[in-house]
Design a protein around this ligand. Sequence first.
Ligand code: HEM
Length: 431
Amino acid sequence: MSRPFRSRRPVTASTLCSARLGHAFAAGVSFVALFAVLWSVLLLSPTRAWAQAVANPVPMPPTPGVLQSSTQPAIQVVTQAATGQLAGQPAAPSGADTLAGYAQQNNGQREQVQPGNNAPMWRALKQQSGFSSLPAPEAGVLIQPQARYPGSDFTTAGEAWRQARNLLLIPVGGWILILVLAGIGVFYAVKGQIRLHQRPTGRKIERFTPFERFMHWTLAYSFIALAVSGVVMMFGKFVLLPVLGLSLFGWLSYALKTLHNFVGPLFGIALVIVLLTFVRDNLPNRRDLAWLAQGGGMFGGAEVPAARFNAGEKIWFWLGVLTLGLIAVGSGLVLDRLVPGFAYTRGAMQVAEIMHASATVVLLAMAFGHIYIGTVGTEGAIDGMRTGYVDEAWARQHHALWLDDIKSGKIPAQRSGAKAQAPIAVAKPKI
Ligand code: HEM
């Protein structure tokens, strides 16, 4: 196997740039380490905020007629009322609950035998919808019916959603992101950057047209805005709130939530255009299996010849960008209430939120990998997306089949601008 080519480079803008990337990476690793420590303290701490929030809901006064936010206090009210122990109420006549038809009584009948016991009313509120003149779907439903979401008990749907979010999505999502970032850090520490094996030739090949780059960067920057604001919305309450305090965190999360709501549709438009732009070169073929079988040469051995996009990029395209991206955008548009004619019930919003959070956490974890490979992980990869051009040596090493197609004239070396169809451009070698 040829040894990586290393030149003694003079200090140029590009070496300064890679030095800066090195510093940025070191800063990133420190940030990840800090983030991991914070999370570990938080998750291992006996006062786990989210577990507590569910185990000890805000205590409500046990007053009949006051709507309870969680089933637990409501049950307390009912039990206390059933035994006639509410403050200021006369004790219930003993044995009232043994009367025939006790369980079928309505609230009026119950009042006769057990004054102050409103259990039938609460039961009816949970099971039936009443009348409301408000022009909104399920406006007559005060308390949602019972449901079970992933990771929740079978309980009132609002509470079930809260449990799914606090007990499953947030801790598991947090750990996925931390472990992926840590894994990338370890991979970089062990393997380092994939260097160019050959000296740059100076012959430049157009890898991305200005339109492709514009759409990619629109997608990337909008994704970063969504990722930062989304992470603050999901984890900020546990990580940032204790540091920033209520007022500052309130303003910050409100501002970021508003940004998130507006950037989402822009991301959706850019996503569809990027999908259409790159779909043809991401169609799978037999050679992708060979690439996958050898892990793309990332774990040793030679790199398997790949077409314009290798199998790893195709997985990113189909699983990450297309599947998870479309789930994220679809559920996001529901949460933004931008889908016309959609019945925006609480249940639909809860399901949309669970789908959105799950898809975006996995998409973000995959994006960490994509961004790593496209920047510090592979020498010269960012040049294609930054300038539009890559060196022929880079193309030979990473996308040999694509280069062969260009050399044989199957694909034009230059696809954009006045120089379209021109032969491979020669630039001064960067040594
Ligand atoms: C800071 C963030 C990002 C960086 C630095 C980055 C970098 C890159 C680079 C260097 C390439 C070219 C790879 C090659 O020449 O083969 C690329 C391609 C691509 N990127 Fe990104 N990217 C970023 C964010 C994103 C995001 C958020 C998405 C989608 C949600 C995305 C989707 C794509 C797609 C679809 C391609 C074409 C290759 C393929 O189909 O797999 N990128 N990116």
